[in-house]
Design a protein around this ligand. Sequence first.
Ligand code: FAD
Length: 409
Amino acid sequence: MKNNIIILGGGQAGIYAAREIRQNDSESNIKILGEENLLPYERPPLSKDFLLDKKNEEDLYFYSDEVLKKENIDFEYVSITKVDFENKKLFTKNDEVYFYDSLLISTGSENKKLSLDNNLINDVYYLRNLEEAKTIKDKVLNKNKITIIGGGFIGLEIASSLSQLQKKVTVIEIGDQLMGRIIPKQIADLVQNIHLEHGNEIILNKQIDKIIKKDDMYEILLNDNSLIETDFLIAGIGSTPSVKLFENTNLKLNNGITTNQFCETSIKDVYAAGDVSNFYHPLYERNIRLESYQHAQNHGICAGKNIAGVKTEYTSIPWMWSDQFNLNLQLTGICDDYDEIIERGNDINNGVIYFFLKNKIIRGACGLGIAGKVGRDIRITSKLTEKNTIVDKQILSDQNLKLNKLIQK
Ligand SMILES: Cc1cc2nc3c(=O)[nH]c(=O)nc-3n(C[C@H](O)[C@H](O)[C@H](O)COP(=O)(O)OP(=O)(O)OC[C@H]3O[C@@H](n4cnc5c(N)ncnc54)[C@H](O)[C@@H]3O)c2cc1C
């Protein structure tokens, strides 16, 4: 008998899972349920090339309708509002019912929202999806002074793009460095300098006390009593896994849906992948939640294999990047559990990398450089991390010595 496989969430993890299932199982019905009324598309360009008009909507789709038809993957534009795991059913708000034998949850993550007075709720813009990117792109056209609340990756990428569109940009960050503690302060400072060089204002260590709307502009009162005037507000203050739907069920949640190394959740025949999953990583021997392009893809593929009966452990080394102005930042492995940091290089024109070691073994690295300068070394670091290599620190720290020497050992 044919299995009904449902993929809840039509993003990157969902589409890669669907195609992987089809590669291993030509029989089952595969249906993706997505609420966005769009085929799965890439989100990273939304804050970068899409805002800059270097990519348009058609460039963002992973696969065309024809590919899905050819592979017999069904895609329905629908929002699921209730789940019944016991009877293997999903419901829409109009009580349409979807039955599954196996379910993959790939609902991604959603932006945290500022708590604002009612009269301001529609005045602060967020960026998570294509519709929001289109709105921001359209609205900023006739604005000049833009304030971005939150100095994380997405906020800074928007700041970089809008600065390149000749806007006067201010970034307000509550912490004492950009991009949070996961990025070494030295690298955060280099990124900050580039923003300053391009005319962006960066305000650290400040909280917003009040936003006052005045005709077509806003006054932002900070906790040191300083005042910023702005025409347009965008917030990028982090995100949370999209799990509201499962909060009153017996699905185990803990900063996302808890999954093991096979993408299995606490409920039989229910899997989770991508941003929404807090997955067990055998190498790091702990659960991790990632919001990154490469992870969404690889995790979706791994879930697809397991759903199709090809038992596969997820061992992919985390990797993500951010592009701001002409800089490329890359992060590999885990950079929050170390007893030693080693620096390689000190000039972003040649690339700067910080390696994080524990018991002499590389756990992760963070690199920054003019586009193209750190990618190769970060890729090598991912391999070294995967192999638990005990490294020669001299090679790590000396930019004249090639990192791949470490692999050959
Ligand atoms: C602006 C932006 C820039 C980014 N830039 C980078 C970058 O430079 N580098 C990097 O590594 N990563 C980047 N990322 C992160 C990366 O895009 C995500 O990690 C990836 O998209 C996650 O894929 P996913 O499939 O888990 O979730 P998503 O792609 O978010 O897909 C989840 C889908 O599920 C749908 N859904 C949720 N609930 C329901 C429901 N109840 N019913 C039906 N559908 C539902 C959602 O609407 C969404 O379409 C960026 C993300 C954003 C938003």
